[in-house]
Design a protein around this ligand. Structure first.
Ligand code: PGA
Length: 253
């Protein structure tokens, strides 16, 4: 059985007080509503990681993730945060290759390959994002575009390492736009990605790989998205910084 995961990407939002309030609400609701079957991952901005981790404590099923890590191991890289540092703070997941990082910070498939390796070498689970622009979707080359992102950044991993990676399919035209991919569009792409993984790593590993959907997912559409056989959860932006919405998405399984 592959893992069901709902990861919240806070992006560059929330002050200390807001983050503490949000985390406490999520933790309390998660406990009260007994949601243990789904892993919830909170991915706040870096300074929140330590206090968020403290608030979560050792509740099974809730984890802390980062939104990025360095491609370098350690040393004179001002402003960067390594996977090793994150791991030492109890971080378990790291979002890599988000389209905002690809676009605004010029992260390439090659650079992401290095980041994925750093994450894995330090015991972090990469949530590797892929997804096409509206232009590519309109041209009809979305499937090959997204497969290429996986091939370039992940397919030199050993089967053992690859099997630790979580994939997030996030069509860029759906991120923060309120224009969600339909459940059928998500299913089609997730199935294509799973087939692509199978060609490289075999059916068994492909079937065990969690593939999340991201892009304007909310409590109103999560149920339909999660009902699709190849959709194993969500990477949630806007709705993850509202505790009730985030919990309702988790409950949509
Ligand atoms: P959104 O963001 O849910 O606000 O569309 C998703 C993401 O960027 O991961």
């Amino acid at each position: 059985m592959r893992k069901k995961i709902v990861a919240g990407n806070w992006k560059m939002n929330m002050t200390l007080d807001e983050g503490q309030k949000l985390t406490s609400e999520i933790v309390n609701m998660y406990k009260d509503e007994a949601l243990e079957g789904v892993i919830a991952v909170l991915n706040p901005p870096f300074p929140h990681i330590f206090p968020v981790k403290k608030l979560i404590g050792s509740i099974p099923g809730i984890a802390v993730g980062a939104q990025n890590c360095s491609d370098k191991e350690a040393g004179a890289y001002t402003g960067e945060v390594s996977a090793k540092i994150l791991a030492s703070f109890g971080v378990q997941y790291v979002i890599l290759g988000h389209s905002e990082r690809r676009e605004y910070f010029k992260e390439t498939n090659e650079l992401l390959s290095e980041k994925v390796k750093q994450a894995l070498a330090n015991g972090l689970i990469p949530i590797f994002c892929c997804g096409e622009s509206l232009e590519i979707r309109t041209a009809g080359t979305h499937e090959s575009n997204v497969k290429f992102q996986l091939t370039q950044s992940l397919f030199d991993l050993s089967p053992e390492d690859f099997s630790k990676v979580v994939i997030a399919y996030e069509p860029i035209w759906a991120i923060g736009t309120g224009k969600t991919a339909t459940a059928d569009q998500a299913q089609e792409m997730h199935a294509a990605l799973r087939r692509h993984i199978a060609t490289k790593y075999g059916k068994e590993i492909a079937n065990e790989t969690s593939i999340l959907y991201g892009g304007s997912a909310n409590p109103g559409n999560a149920k339909e998205l999660f009902s699709k056989p190849d959709v194993d959860g969500g990477l949630i932006g806007g709705a993850s910084i509202k505790s009730r919405d985030f919990l309702d998405i988790i409950k949509s399984f």
